[in-house]
Design a protein around this ligand. Structure first.
Ligand SMILES: O=C(O)CCC(=O)C(=O)O
Ligand SMILES: [Fe+2]
Length: 490
């Protein structure tokens, strides 16, 4: 018995209904110019070695993705998945200067941006089309059910209808305004160990079953598929035997209903240039995977990343907030804290951890890989590191304030209890990032992609306000809480 159906054989209406929010657009409907520029762009990016495997975390374990990836998108935007923050290579944008390592790379980024715009327009059309079909259906039902409704209220109804339509349009526009494109590349002939699809016997997977993370709710994901057909190697017989329901030479996207392996999955065959759209809540109700064909294959996956805390503007804004509590005497140059109120202490220490672990360590963990396309991110990273160093100074000032004797005990305990968890978290996270940077997998990466444990400094580095290892500061704080009078000094 078949455990899954090919998309084009899924004729039963039940199956169709379950997958109705998956939309396929065949290559022949996509403008030739898009194919040409995108395919050339992807090849250039691959030739320039801009793609790399991500060293992500799954259930606390380090895992190297089978596919090589590259994020292109709005300048300063990031996309977070599997505990990894990817940083966009900016596509050309008004008012932002981007120096690409070559004109070819710049052209490739422009091609991805043009594809992005095309997919946005197409996604809007598909969704609006469906909306009006729904409205017609509902309108028809309403008319037949309530044929005696008041007749002279037509004007109001019309206005409400138009308002609703334009609200609807705005909502749909937001949910299809892709701000990032996550590009994938895999050459199966160079990747011998691909996992078998476990539930339906669909064969080798390039990407395992998953939901896409970090997206604006109900936003569309649009995917362009480019499989390089010019190279057609012979099919490995053993592989051919293992999958009866799909052509093992072709790439497919696999689809299943979430939390359900009883409903047959779907393997949708993709030809070069085909696009597919995961519409509305599809990504919440379904999982997808990528089933490997035999040729090398690229995909460009366009998403609306939920980036309320994921842009450079955001994190610079946070640093500014933290910095408001730092005062420097213009004459002596001595720094002090403006306020020792708990809200300010908490805010500063929280921002300190955020900039260190969500930005600096995430970025340097990926080595210098972003520099293969452009050195755009290095400037902002230096600025963030400078702000972070000021925050190290702020923590140091706070610790020395706590060390002063003149505090009422209860007040001192309050501040200590406020600060301690942030330092404990910082210590733990520094240890785990350090371990990740030194892992066997990390060391197996090409030299220019190897993780850098940054910021890192030795005790002899007198420029740094505090040491990298916070053990002593943490014991000092714990002792403060244990001592009856609160002012024991070691
Ligand atoms: O390559 C594809 O078709 C989809 C890839 C995917 O699911 C992903 O990158 O999240
Ligand atoms: Fe995905």
């Amino acid at each position: 018995m078949k455990r899954f159906s090919k998309y084009d054989t899924a004729k039963e209406s039940k199956s169709k209904a379950k997958y109705s929010k998956l939309y396929l657009q065949r290559a022949s409907c996509v403008p030739q110019e898009i194919h040409q520029n995108v395919q050339q762009g992807l090849t250039v990016l691959q030739d320039c070695k801009c793609f790399s495997q991500d060293l992500v975390q799954i259930k606390g374990k380090d895992v190297l993705t089978s596919v090589c990836r590259l994020l292109i998108g709005d300048p300063g935007c990031t996309y977070r998945y599997l505990d990894t923050r990817l940083f966009t290579i900016p596509w050309p944008s008004h008012g932002v200067e981007v120096k690409y390592n070559s004109d070819e790379i710049g052209k490739a980024c422009q091609a991805i941006k043009d594809l992005n715009e095309y997919l946005h327009v197409e996604a809007m059309k598909i969704l609006l089309d469906r909306c009006s079909a729904d409205v017609e259906e509902i309108g028809f039902e309403a008319k037949t059910a309530t044929s005696t409704v008041v007749k002279n209220s037509g004007y109001m109804e019309d206005r409400t209808y138009h308002n609703k339509q334009s609200n609807n349009r705005t909502v749909l526009k937001d949910r299809t305004s892709f701000n990032v494109a996550l590009l994938n590349y895999l050459d199966p002939s160079r990747m011998k160990f691909l996992k078998e699809e476990p539930y339906f016997g669909m064969g080798k997977m390039a990407v395992s079953w998953h939901y896409d993370e970090n997206l604006v709710e109900r936003s569309t994901v649009a995917v362009y598929n480019y499989s390089c057909d010019d190279l057609i190697p012979t099919v490995d017989e053993s592989n051919k035997m293992s999958i009866k329901d799909r052509d093992p030479a072709l790439w497919h996207v696999g689809i299943k209903v979430a939390w359900d392996i009883a409903t047959p999955g779907l393997a949708l065959p993709l030809e070069s240039g085909d696009c597919y759209f995961m519409l509305d809540d599809f990504n919440m109700t379904h999982q997808h995977c990528v089933l490997s064909g035999i040729q090398p294959r690229f995909s460009s996956t366009h998403r609306v990343a939920e980036c309320s805390s994921g842009t450079l503007d955001y994190i610079f804004g946070r640093c500014d907030v933290a910095m408001k509590n730092l005062r420097k005497d213009p004459l002596s140059g001595i720094s002090s804290l403006v306020s020792l109120e708990l809200v300010y202490v908490r805010q500063t220490e929280e921002i300190h951890n955020e900039v260190e672990f969500e930005w600096l360590r995430q970025f340097w963990f990926q080595g210098k890989r972003s520099a293969k396309a452009s050195n755009w991110w290095f400037g902002p990273m230096i600025l963030l590191e400078n702000s972070w160093r000021e925050m190290e100074q702020m923590t140091k000032i706070l610790l020395s304030e706590i060390n002063k004797a003149e505090w009422p005990l209860e007040r001192k305990h309050q501040v200590v209890r406020c600060l301690l968890p942030f330092l404990e978290e910082r210590q733990e996270l520094r240890k785990s990032w350090m371990a990740r940077c030194q892992s066997r997998l990390a060391n197996s990466l090409p030299v220019d992609e190897q993780p850098e444990c940054r910021p890192y400094w030795g005790n002899e580095d007198l420029d740094m306000p505090l040491s990298f290892d916070l053990e002593e500061n943490i014991s000092f704080l714990r002792n403060q809480l244990m001592s009856a009078d609160g002012d024991i000094k070691s």
